[in-house]
Design a protein around this ligand. Sequence first.
Ligand code: DX5
Ligand code: ZN
Length: 250
Amino acid sequence: MSHRPSNLFTNPPRLPLVAPSILSADFARLRDDCAHVLDVAAGDLLHVDVMDGHFVPNLTMGPAIVRSLRAALPEAFLDVHVMVTDPIQYVKPFAASGANHLTFHVEPALDPLAGAGMSPLSGGGAGYDPLELVEEIHAAGMTAGLAINPGTSAETVLAQPGWVEAMDLILVMSVWPGFSGQAFIPEVLATAKAIKPKLGPNQRLEMDGGLGPETAIPAREAGVDVLVAASAVFGQPPSERAEAIRAIRG
Ligand code: DX5
Ligand code: ZN
């Protein structure tokens, strides 16, 4: 087993952490918006949403953006959430670009048809083994997370021997991934509550989608300790982002 990296997620100075998602930032002002949200508005890290147009119906950003953020903000913790059918081929590119953490989805690993109809240039992608992927992510120097969609039960993950123990973070999606600004799906709180007791002190429970000052309350009560928010932070004028983050933190 490879060495597990130690970082903000495994050894947090405080909890919960608030993770502004740059999906709702102004990409033409990305450095300034990100520096402000970390240094002035007291966000704990940056959440980077990577979408491939296959696993989700949207295209966003890739390793080049991470490389630019790393160069512009050497101290920032970069939490990369890949919503792609084939995460394997992106582990090394994101590590080389300066990502600290990589979360991948369980659904393409479970669905043997997930890669059907994809371009051969995609490298395929169905049926990867999450435990092998975690090994690769750790070997590349990043911590690893497993994400589940609103339609995926907690049992899907809990029933697999060793999966939860291997992860540094479990991400429970509270919207169907693809776009920021969607409404929070409260049914996923039960999923978070089922997973929380299985996690140790160095493992995080992240929630992502539709979180703001109001919906963060039941999320925190369910044991969530990393709260991702795109529109609730970057959708506010810069002068109001510190208060938005403070309210989400609780
Ligand atoms: C959704 C992404 C989220 C998204 C959240 O597909 O994974 O990180 O940016 O956006 P809000 O906070 O606006 O729901
Ligand atoms: Zn995300």
